[in-house]
Design a protein around this ligand. Structure first.
Ligand code: SDX
Length: 425
């Protein structure tokens, strides 16, 4: 097998090395292409372009594989907790019991946010989207916790972010409803604490449901990382300018918000609710999704990398059914989702385009069962993805060759043009 490629241009032949990943993926290292040939590459959407070498997450789009630091996501969803998985992604190894306890204590010690931050919330219009609030508030954390230079300060910032972003999310929900903010409790686990901060109230104490806390662990484990997706690439690119970690994460939250990316979980529920409102007419939605002249997309379906069933969607679907059964809830949207999946998976358009359910297709139904408001679904995705963003940012920051990200372009605009004074135009 060759470990180089040859490019012939203007009668000259150049060789470029081919590097091979630990799972056999191959890449042409073109880092000297422009210097040797004067050429650049063009790849809108970066379908064919690797931005980095990474040891964090492996995905196989063809085989539907997802592993964090080599461990299959199915095993982590079955045996791990979100905090243990966050530790694994960020530190590269599973923690010992002592290390996990220390990590949990640090998360608890950093779970409160400065009281002055509550005033920020009062000034957002009531109808503000929680993702816009979260992105602003995470950026604002820098003003309260400025230290970010030494390794020790960075590690402290990591636990601050992991713990405070969860608190900020619950606070924005309570304040948006004009309810009293519930503080994190040191006696509760990461996920139980979130549910308690969201749903406890002085007039009606919230009873922690262990099953729901377990389902939330699974939900966040499934979202924890996904190699170089849109929002992770935003964190890496913004971080490459050496801005502080809060600002890089705030950029990741903003990138995740879009309906083609993390915003799809909210868009799926809106699509399923529309189908329900229109008498369950699934075929019209399928027809629109297949219509080339219609920009409508079947939300929760398709993926840039997975050309088979998203392994996370399989686990999400099972967790969904388990939680709905436990809560004795029959969500009509789940039945519509299952029928929609059945029709799409047997339709040649979806088969030919390799379109399968992705992580967002069933996740909204699970969140509804947990009583999470629809406009907070992508916030839930962001809390889950945070350890992945942090791990990816750290990997780039620890790289001795960490360079400013600055892509090139092919310019097709006007060639040199004279300035014409306004009275002569
Ligand atoms: C996430 O990157 C990640 O890892 C993301 C993520 C993560 O964990 O970070 O997995 C999370 O973002 C999951 C994806 C959530 N988004 C959605 O569910 C929105 C609906 N899906 C599509 O918009 C789309 O599938 C994308 C954006 C996810 C991926 O699209 P691509 O790779 O850019 O492909 P494309 O838009 O160029 O489509 C290729 C073809 C087109 O048809 P042709 O013109 O070639 O005939 O497939 C069609 C598209 O029309 N197509 C769809 C479709 N998705 C693609 N047609 C109908 N419905 C869809 N959902």
């Amino acid at each position: 097998m060759d470990n180089f490629v040859k490019i012939t241009f203007n009668k000259k032949t150049y060789e470029f090395p081919v590097i091979t990943g630990s799972e056999g993926e191959k890449a042409i290292d073109i880092s000297t292409l422009r210097q040797k040939t004067g050429l650049i590459t063009l790849d809108p959407g970066f379908d064919n372009t690797g931005s980095c070498i990474s040891t964090i997450t492996f995905m196989s789009g063809e085989k539907g594989i997802l592993r964090y630091r080599g461990i299959p996501v199915e095993e982590l969803a079955r045996h791990s907790t979100f905090t243990e998985t966050a530790y694994l992604l960020i530190n590269g190894v599973l923690p010992t019991r002592k290390e996990l306890n220390q990590f949990s204590v640090l998360l608890n010690d950093n779970s409160l946010v400065h009281e002055d931050m509550q005033i920020f919330y009062q000034n957002f219009p009531r109808a503000s989207h929680p993702m816009g609030i979260l992105s602003s508030m995470v950026n604002a954390l820098r003003s309260f916790y400025p230290g970010l230079e030494t390794v020790e300060e960075i590690n402290k910032t990591v636990t601050r972010l992991l713990s405070k972003m969860r608190t900020l999310a619950a606070m924005s929900y309570k304040i948006s409803r004009g309810h009293k903010v519930i503080y994190p409790r040191p006696d509760l686990s990461y996920c139980a604490n979130f549910l308690n901060m969201m749903f406890d109230s002085p007039v009606k104490p919230y009873r922690i449901d262990k099953e729901l806390a377990k389902a939330l662990n699974v939900f966040w484990i499934l979202h924890a990382d996904h190699e170089q997706n849109c929002s992770t690439s935003a964190v890496r690119v913004v971080g490459s300018g050496r801005v502080n970690l809060y600002a890089a994460i705030s950029a990741g939250i903003a990138a995740l918000w879009g309906p083609l990316h993390g915003g799809a979980n909210q868009a799926v529920i809106e699509m399923l609710s529309d189908i329900a409102k229109n008498g369950g007419n699934i075929n019209s939605v399928i027809k629109r999704a297949k219509d080339k002249n219609d920009s409508f997309r079947l939300m929760g379906f398709g993926h840039r990398v997975y050309k088979t069933y998203d392994p996370r969607a399989k686990i999400m679907k099972k967790t969904c059914a388990k939680v709905l059964k436990k809560l004795k809830t029959n969500d009509p949207l789940l039945n519509i989702a299952k029928e929609l999946e059945e029709i799409a998976l047997n339709d040649n358009y979806f088969i030919d385009h390799n379109l399968y359910p992705n992580v967002d297709f069933y996740s909204g139904i699970l969140l509804r069962a947990m009583r999470i408001p629809t406009n907070m679904f992508t916030v839930m995705f962001a809390i889950g993805r945070l350890p992945g963003w942090i791990a990816q940012w750290k990997e780039s920051a620890d790289d001795p060759k960490w360079r400013l990200s600055r892509p090139r372009q092919v310019y097709i605009g006007p060639t040199k043009t004279k300035y014409i004074p306004i009275d002569e135009r």
